[in-house]
Design a protein around this ligand. Structure first.
Ligand SMILES: Nc1ncnc2c1ncn2[C@@H]1O[C@H](COP(=O)(O)OP(=O)(O)O)[C@@H](O)[C@H]1O
Ligand SMILES: Cc1ncsc1CCOP(=O)(O)O
Ligand SMILES: [Mg+2]
Length: 269
């Protein structure tokens, strides 16, 4: 980890709030609104720009790009390729969310092509990461059917094979660059009951790697820690997934670097 570039996980959040990085989010129809609100709550500036006619041009303007295949179509895939290529060519990090990539041949091929365009970070649930590493997974759709514990070896292997930081989320998250690995505890069992929480987190990872492109592992851990701390806080006041969804945005908006540093539950794996 490049500790001279980033002094602490709290510092990474403080940088996002200070710099307000412009983040190109190519995400799905389900996630667009919630993900944009999550980025705003963290102090970043989201832009949902995916048309093939403009995706590459916009990727050059943005500080980072995130690509999510949740509601894929051929037209969108064209924009994803253009954006990922442009981001890579201009030295900007991009983040891949391989939503349910194992479900159909169209998705499998799409994710394989995108992986070749060198994402800096891959963020998925346990079933997605296991299948992406070529391991058997029990996933059928967008929700995980496997534990993070079972996906750890797959994540390590995938990180070593692709050179990307790999984040597996679930009850306790696991993040690795293929050498070092960390666990992040916290969050709430209400989180998988709100659609697009994972997609929004992928967009937030984009904002964090944008302000610390030399430290993608630390930036990813920091973004996941924000979700864990804000999720724990929001759950304490929520009656169910509906109120949790908006309380989570409030908790994230109120989170500062010092609180994150004090409350994040990180352990070396
Ligand atoms: N049972 C749980 N307890 C605590 N946090 C959870 C739980 N399940 C998921 N999360 C959190 O929800 C967020 C989204 O993760 P996840 O549900 O794995 O992604 P996806 O929505 O892509 O399947 C992450 O911050 C993760 O830590
Ligand atoms: C329900 C659904 N269908 C296609 S994408 C999507 C959202 C998935 O969101 P998440 O991966 O964050 O649960
Ligand atoms: Mg997901």
């Amino acid at each position: 980890m490049n500790s001279s570039a980033i002094r602490s996980y709290g510092d990474c959040l403080a940088r996002v709030r200070r710099q307000s990085p412009l983040i190109q989010c190519i995400t799905n129809y389900v996630a667009m609104n919630y993900a944009a609100n999550v980025l705003l709550a963290a102090g970043a500036s989201p832009a949902m720009v995916h048309a093939p006619e403009e995706a590459a041009e916009f990727a050059k303007l943005a500080s980072a790009t995130t690509i999510n295949i949740g509601t894929l179509s051929a037209h969108w895939l064209e924009g994803m390729h253009a954006a990922a290529k442009a981001a890579h060519a201009s030295g900007k990090p991009w983040v891949l969310d391989p939503v349910a990539h194992f479900a159909t041949a169209f998705r499998r091929n799409a994710v394989e092509e995108l992986l070749a365009l060198k994402p800096a970070v891959i963020r998925g649930n346990a079933s997605e990461i296991m299948a992406l590493a070529g391991d058997a997974s029990s996933g059928r759709g967008v929700d995980s059917a496997d534990s993070v514990e079972r996906a750890k070896a797959s994540a390590l292997m995938l990180a070593q094979r692709t050179g990307a930081v790999v984040a597996v989320t679930g009850v306790v998250d696991f993040v690795t660059d293929g050498q070092k690995a960390l666990h992040i505890a916290g969050g709430s069992e209400l989180m998988p009951r709100v659609t697009a929480m994972g997609c929004a987190l992928t967009c937030l990872v984009g904002a964090f790697v944008a302000v610390a492109p030399q430290s993608p592992l630390e930036a990813t851990v920091s973004a996941l820690a924000c979700f864990a701390v804000a999720g724990t806080q929001a759950a304490q006041q929520s009656n169910g997934p509906g109120s949790f969804a908006w309380r989570f945005i409030d908790a994230l908006a109120a989170l500062n670097g010092d609180t994150l540093q004090a409350q994040a539950r990180l352990t070396a794996a």
